[in-house]
Ligand binder design. Structure first.
Ligand SMILES: N[C@@H](CCC(=O)N[C@@H](CS)C(=O)NCC(=O)O)C(=O)O
Length: 254
């Protein structure tokens, strides 16, 4: 059995698929893809994932893409490893409800702020002609538009809309954690890993004006319980090649 994970820094989608590998104690070969150098759009990587995005799991030649799909694949492929799904119909439905919520209503909004603050700096450093050439290599039209928007800067209105969606998510999670130790109920699941990787671990540092400690104390306590998990610590200490000067809020929870 050979597992390889193509990933970037331990944050967002990359963290989301690294954490389950450590939680499930599955040895894997880590292959770092440098997004700051656009390696995800190079032909060697596009041959593995034609969509040009990380993370990608390679399990004995079976290629699996999209973090939520990868994480469920690991549950199905390794039933004897410590589970990250309740494995009851109702429990799995709750977990998938929260995964869907994070994937559809949280990830892109936090990501826009991240791209505005970090990727925008990277994109603006690239010379005009070179930038257009790099854009031509991006296979997903939405992703190409996102890179271009990051270079010119997202509008105040777009950023404010994204902030409102994040506030909604924070309040929703805070209510869910009233009486439930974890998002899907009694056990730690992929849903906790998902919300943590995209929002929970950095929301306080990214949005100090939200006063998260006051607004969502249960979320902060949950966040700390996720951070100290040995597997999460292993994932969080995976290499970070972000230029130190560009590590503002993205300095990870270490
Ligand atoms: N739906 C995908 C999204 C993957 C994604 O957005 N990956 C980002 C890194 S967090 C990426 O590869 N960005 C580089 C790019 O699109 O150029 C998933 O869940 O894995």
């Amino acid at each position: 059995m050979a597992l390889k994970l193509y990933h970037a820094e331990p944050l967002a989608n990359s963290l989301k698929s690294m954490a389950p590998l450590f939680e499930k104690q599955l040895p894997f070969e880590s292959i770092y893809v440098n997004l700051h150098k656009f390696e995800q759009h190079e032909s060697w990587f596009l041959a593995i994932n034609p969509e040009g995005q990380v993370p990608v799991l390679d399990h004995d030649g079976t290629i699996v893409t999209h973090s939520t799909v990868i994480n469920e694949y690991l549950e199905d492929a390794f039933p004897d490893a410590p589970p990250l799904r309740p494995n009851t119909p109702a429990g799995n439905a709750r977990m998938r409800y929260w995964n869907k919520f994070v994937d559809e209503h949280v990830m892109n909004h936090v990501s826009m702020h991240g791209w505005h603050r970090l990727v925008g700096l990277i994109a603006r450093k690239i010379a005009a002609g070179e930038f257009e050439q790099l854009m031509e290599r991006i296979p997903l039209p939405d992703q190409r538009r996102k890179w271009m928007a990051a270079r010119s800067g997202f509008s105040e209105q777009q950023l404010a809309d994204a902030t409102a969606k994040i506030e909604y998510a924070v309040d929703k999670v805070e209510r869910q954690l009233d009486g439930n130790p974890w998002l899907a109920g009694e056990s730690f699941t992929l849903a906790d890993i998902n919300f943590y990787s995209h929002c929970g671990m950095m929301v306080e540092r990214m949005f100090p004006e939200m006063e998260i400690a006051k607004r969502a104390p249960r979320l902060v306590e949950w966040r700390d319980r996720v951070t100290v998990r040995p597997a999460m610590q292993q994932a969080l200490t995976m290499p970070d090649h972000t230029e130190p000067g560009l590590r503002t809020w993205s300095g990870h929870a270490r």
